[in-house]
Design a binder for this molecule. Sequence first.
Ligand code: FAD
Length: 381
Amino acid sequence: MTYTLPEELEDLRGQIRELALSKVAPRAAEIDREGKYPWDIQKLLAENELLGYAIPEEYGGSGASLLACCIVAEELARICATTSLIFVVQKLAAYPIVLAGSEETKKKYLPPLARGEWLASFCLTEREAGSDAGATKTTAKEVEGGYVLNGEKCFITNGGLAQVYSTFAVTDPEMGVKGISAFVVEKSFEGFSVGAIEDKMGLRGAQVSEIRFEECFVPKENMLGSRGEGFSIAMKTLDNSRPLVGAQALGIAQGALDVAVQWAKERKQFGSPIGKLQGIQFMLADMKTQVEAARQLVYRSATLCDMNHPEMSMFSAMAKLYASDTAMRVTTDAVQVLGGYGYMKNQPLERMMRDAKVTQIYEGTNQVQRVVIARRLLGKI
Ligand SMILES: Cc1cc2nc3c(=O)[nH]c(=O)nc-3n(C[C@H](O)[C@H](O)[C@H](O)COP(=O)(O)OP(=O)(O)OC[C@H]3O[C@@H](n4cnc5c(N)ncnc54)[C@H](O)[C@@H]3O)c2cc1C
């Protein structure tokens, strides 16, 4: 397997980099400061056909590979992690429909998502079911013509902004994880409501909220896959999305390294640029080495997902684990390279450090990634 990207992906990187530098960079600090969802950036991504980038062409998207999506997520995150998340969540939340929706469901929901007219949310986590997603409590009771959902989700990105929610609920409680089913729920359905909006450490422009279902009727044609297939759909979706979170983390780390290298060349102490100090050189060398190692793992995991390779789940977990730990280490060290200036809000590094943290937490914490990797390594013992 080659680790050199084909020319068209390097061209794509150049185009996204140009877009991010010209249109996103001037807004990045402001988005963080204001803590409001950046609709102008959402529009920018939609106009550049990035919100439907991963959706198959027959439903109005670009049908891009996961590897191409990783390049986009990385280059956006290098400048602004919130912008990268807008791209990543649309892919994550539309994927259950792409994977398991009926032809009618795909035709109904994917084109407006591909055009970026609608946003999507992935609605799995609950207060009592975080890492243990199999402990989902939200119920879906069968009634004539469909299912009635009751329960509450938490930490849902795009909560309240999205029109479409890929939602996981229990249809058959006695069957454990095989009793969980997946549904497409529209924001307009009666009984759907938005709860508290979270005040977060980082990704300040993203909206993350509770979502409530109170006697919320969902027509039976909105079930994704068959009854009881929901947990498997959720896990396959996460396998296909973790390389993207890895790419987001990689972009944050690369962005921090860019700033630190520039600073080391310009900042003078003891009469010379601090980049002449071996202590600083070694920090930068370690940061670069970790970033490149993360990049190879992220691209490899995305390539394996594109091939539907049997090891994709383990590689996705490794990519997300390693790239997010790298993002946390590299952003912390980059702050150190800038000294007191790194700690101040007029430099981007403290924002990058806060944004990096969540990549170790969402789409499965890094402890959970280690569980996934160890299970694959050891098999049944
Ligand atoms: C900003 C943000 C956005 C999010 N967006 C979404 C979204 O769009 N949709 C969605 O469904 N969810 C979303 N989440 C939820 C996220 O996926 C969960 O927070 C995450 O899976 C962890 O669950 P928890 O927070 O309940 O932590 P817990 O599960 O309570 O974990 C607490 C600690 O215990 C550790 N732990 C748990 N189980 C194990 C184990 N088996 N072995 C070792 N350690 C373990 C964890 O690693 C962690 O350190 C989001 C979260 C955040 C912070």
